[in-house]
Design a protein around this ligand. Structure first.
Ligand code: FES
Length: 320
C-alpha cells in the first residue's frame, strides 16, 4: 500500500460514563514500516490522551499488546499497518473472551486463573536431589521447544471458539503451558498432570478449529501441542474419562463398520454403567426420537468395509 491517510475506527468504552462500547474515528498519515502500535502511540500522543491500551516491550516479547484488528487477534507491535488496511480503514477492538476494563484494556484475571489451574511450574521428583542444575539434552529440549516460546499474549485465548461458549474450558494458553511441563524431562508430575487435564474442561473439550494456532504470533501453535498431549494421554492409558472413551468408541465403530454408530457412541462416551451420566443424556436422545432424528437402531456396514478394516488393521500393526 502506498503512503497515505488511514482511518482508525477504535472501539471505545469507559465503564464510568458509557453504557456500551462505541466506535471512534482517528485519522493517521501512514509512514513506511509503521506498526499498529506506532499508530496507536501517534494517536495517543498527538490526538487523544484518553485512549487506553496496553504495551511494554514493543518487540513481540512481553505479550501485552494483543488486540483485535479487523476482528482477529494480533500483536499490535508485530503487525504492519500496511498489511491490515482495507479501503483505507482499520478497525481495532479489545481481545475477545474477556471483559473490557477500558477501551482496548481487558480484565485478564480469568486468563491467569486458567493458567494457575495447570500448575505452570516444574514439580521435580522429590527423590531427585541433584547437586547442580537439572540438565537436558538437546533432544529432550526439542520436545518442549515450541511450547516454551509462548509469550502469553492471549491472542489464542481471544479467538478460541470453545471459550466463547464455555468459560470453564482451560483454553489454548493453559493447555500449551501444561504441555511445556508434561513433556519436560525434569518434571515429575506428568502422570498427575495428564489425569487432571484429561477431565472435563481439559484437552478433550478442544474442538480442533485451529483458530488458536492461526492467531498465535509465536511457534507455540497451541493446537499442535494439545494434539501431542492427547496422544501421550492415550498412549499412557488415561482412558477413564469421557474424552478418551469418545475417541475409543469412534475408532471401534468406524473400524468395524466403516461409519459412525451414533447410537453406540454417546453410551460409550458416557460409560455403559454410569447411571447418572446416562440419565443426563436421555432427554437429548428422547428429543431426537421425537423429531425423527435418531439413527437406525441396527447400523449398517459401508460398501467395501473390508478396505476400512484393513486400514485400521495396518494402523494397529504400525502402532504396536
Ligand atoms: S508490546 Fe510487548 S508484545 Fe507487543
Amino acid at each position: 500500500m502506498s503512503n497515505g491517510e488511514v482511518t482508525f475506527i477504535i472501539e471505545r468504552f469507559d465503564p464510568e460514563k458509557d453504557t456500551a462500547p462505541y466506535p471512534q474515528e482517528y485519522k493517521v498519515i501512514l509512514e513506511p514500516g509503521q506498526t499498529l502500535l506506532n499508530c496507536l502511540n501517534n494517536i495517543k500522543w498527538t490526538q487523544d490522551q484518553t485512549l487506553a491500551y496496553r504495551y511494554s516491550c514493543g518487540s513481540a516479547i512481553c505479550g501485552s499488546c494483543a488486540m483485535r484488528i479487523n476482528g482477529k487477534a494480533v500483536l499490535a507491535c508485530k503487525t504492519q499497518v500496511s498489511d491490515c488496511v482495507k479501503d483505507g480503514v482499520i478497525r481495532l477492538a479489545p481481545i475477545g473472551n474477556t471483559k473490557v476494563v477500558r477501551d482496548l484494556v481487558v480484565d485478564l484475571e480469568p486468563f491467569w486463573n486458567a493458567l494457575k489451574r495447570v500448575r505452570p511450574y516444574l514439580t521435580p521428583d522429590s527423590q531427585d536431589a541433584p547437586e547442580k542444575e537439572r540438565e537436558q539434552t538437546a533432544e529432550e529440549f526439542s520436545k518442549i521447544d515450541p511450547s516454551t516460546t509462548c509469550i502469553m499474549c492471549g491472542a489464542c485465548y481471544s479467538d478460541c471458539n470453545v471459550l466463547e461458549v464455555d468459560n470453564q474450558f482451560l483454553g489454548p494458553v493453559a493447555l500449551a503451558k501444561a504441555h511445556r511441563f508434561i513433556f519436560d524431562s525434569r518434571d515429575g508430575g506428568g502422570h498427575q498432570r495428564l489425569t487432571e487435564i484429561s477431565e472435563t474442561n481439559g484437552i478433550w473439550d478442544c474442538t480442533h478449529c485451529g483458530e488458536c494456532t492461526t492467531r498465535c504470533p509465536t511457534e507455540t501453535k497451541p493446537l499442535s501441542r494439545i494434539e501431542e498431549i492427547k496422544v501421550k494421554a492415550m498412549a499412557e492409558g488415561h482412558h477413564g474419562n469421557a474424552g478418551a472413551r469418545h475417541v475409543l468408541g469412534f475408532r471401534e465403530t468406524v473400524g468395524r463398520r466403516g461409519l459412525l454408530d451414533e447410537n453406540y457412541l454417546p453410551l460409550r462416551t458416557v460409560g455403559f454403567f454410569n447411571i447418572p451420566g446416562l440419565l443426563s443424556i436421555m432427554p437429548v436422545g428422547l428429543r431426537m426420537m421425537w423429531r425423527g432424528k435418531n439413527p437406525p437402531m441396527i447400523p449398517h456396514y459401508v460398501d467395501k468395509v473390508g478396505e476400512v478394516n484393513n486400514i485400521f488393521a495396518r494402523f494397529e500393526e504400525f502402532r504396536k
